[in-house]
Design a protein around this ligand. Structure first.
Ligand code: NAX
Length: 324
């Protein structure tokens, strides 16, 4: 039998953690034939709650789950791990400035990056879900100089899936008929969901919807969907975020022709090198590759640039705070 793959989930006692862990243990993260060992990392106050979730995982008797550990020690949690899902983060609370938010998250993602650097397996893949996800991923990456930079990624797959769903509903087609969707930039309200390369029935999506819908309905609906979920549920997206994290890692490991992921820029499409920005990507041989050669018109250029500018500002702010 195959050796179990260790998967670490931070913020394991939170609501995304609760929606994520059972799906990982059932084989949906890596594949139905890959046994997994789970490590649940939490802050000391939440270790007991995470241990309760571990009890429930035991009670599912998942055939692929070969062990569970619960800890508040990052070195232990990341020891020998191959997949790190960094979900736990410091949320923005009332009256908090951006600098305070970045500072608080730097205090989490810097040490976790170092613990990954010092302890993880050679094939480590990191997905940051906790917000501000792109910049938290950058902070973790900068504290892990021995890990190849491209192993640090941030999640825009939820935005991607939201865009697929909104477009499919508009054109009254199954989501499976939408191809080549792309989210560009930051996982924030400035993100740019691009319909000029997306295709439905082999034809460009932007040509099948009117300009006003694309500009005034589609883009803001996708970009502000997180806030709309909070408004409706009284809590932020959890199951859909967990689902997107599963999609991201599954495709990274098993391959895909086209999706969206925030990965370190190599300078493609004018995105400054090193920024962890969302691109159209394929995954081949276990590696993300930016899809090249797309023509970017003025409308798209302006929106990509605005989101990338925000990422540059966040990078400048964390540099100034000495977090990277
Ligand atoms: P919860 O507040 O339910 O859970 C967060 C958990 O993280 C808590 O149990 C907390 O104790 C733990 N935690 C805090 N600091 C930690 C540390 N240093 N080490 C380990 N654990 C730590 O939040 P939840 O709804 O699960 O959301 C988690 C994060 O995902 C938030 O930052 C949220 O903003 C972000 N999201 C990102 C999305 C994306 O698309 N990239 C979408 C969904 C979600 O909003």
């Amino acid at each position: 039998a195959q050796t179990p793959v260790k998967v670490t989930v931070t913020g394991a006692a939170g609501q995304i953690g609760y929606a994520l862990l059972f799906r990982i243990a059932s084989g949906q993260l890596l594949g139905a034939d890959v046994p997994v060992k789970l490590s649940l990392l939490e802050i000391p106050q939440a270790v007991k709650a995470a241990a309760g979730t571990a009890m429930e995982l035991d009670d599912c008797a998942f055939p692929l789950l070969s062990g569970i550990e619960v800890t508040d020690d990052a070195n232990k949690a990341f020891d020998g791990t191959s997949v790190a899902l960094l979900v736990g983060a410091r949320p923005r609370t009332a009256g908090m400035e951006r600098g305070d938010l970045l500072q608080a998250n730097g205090g989490i993602f810097g040490p976790q990056g170092k613990a990954i650097n010092d302890n993880a397996a050679d094939d480590i893949r990191v997905l940051v879900v906790g917000n501000p996800a792109n910049t938290n991923a950058l902070i973790a990456q900068q504290h892990a100089p021995d890990v190849p930079a491209e192993r640090f990624t941030a999640m825009t797959r939820l935005d991607h899936n939201r865009a697929l769903s909104q477009l499919a509903a508009k054109l009254q087609v199954p989501v499976s008929e939408v191809r080549k969707m792309t989210i560009w930039g930051n996982h924030s309200a400035t993100q740019y969901p691009d319909l000029f390369h997306a295709e439905v029935g082999g034809k460009i999506a932007a040509e099948q919807v009117d300009d006003a819908w694309l500009r005034d309905t589609f883009i803001p609906t996708v970009a502000k969907r997180g806030a709309a979920i909070i408004e409706a549920r009284g809590a932020s997206s959890a199951a859909s975020a967990a689902n997107a994290a599963i999609d991201h890692v599954y495709d990274w490991v098993n391959g895909t022709e086209w999706t969206s992921a925030a990965i370190p820029s190599d300078g493609s499409y004018g995105v400054p090198e090193g920024l962890i920005s969302s691109f159209p990507v394929a995954s081949r041989d276990g590696k993300w590759e930016i899809i090249q050669g797309l023509e970017i018109d003025a409308f798209s250029r302006e929106r990509i640039d605005a989101s990338v500018r925000e990422l540059e500002e966040e990078r400048a702010a964390v540099r100034e705070l000495g977090l990277i």
